[in-house]
Write a new protein. Structure first.
Length: 46
């Protein structure tokens, strides 16, 4: 079994966008993405 985990932070600017500030809504500039994989050489039984 192989377990992998990684994370990164992206911003609106990474995609050429500006933060969509609205009067009634505030958004954060940074978005954290977490990816976790569990790889096995055996087929899972349902």
């Amino acid at each position: 079994m192989l377990k992998l985990k990684g994370d990164t932070t992206v911003t609106f600017a990474d995609f050429g966008l500006t933060n969509p500030h609205l009067v009634t809504l505030t958004t954060q500039e940074d978005i954290k993405i977490i990816l976790q994989l569990v790889l096995s050489d055996k087929e899972l039984v349902k």
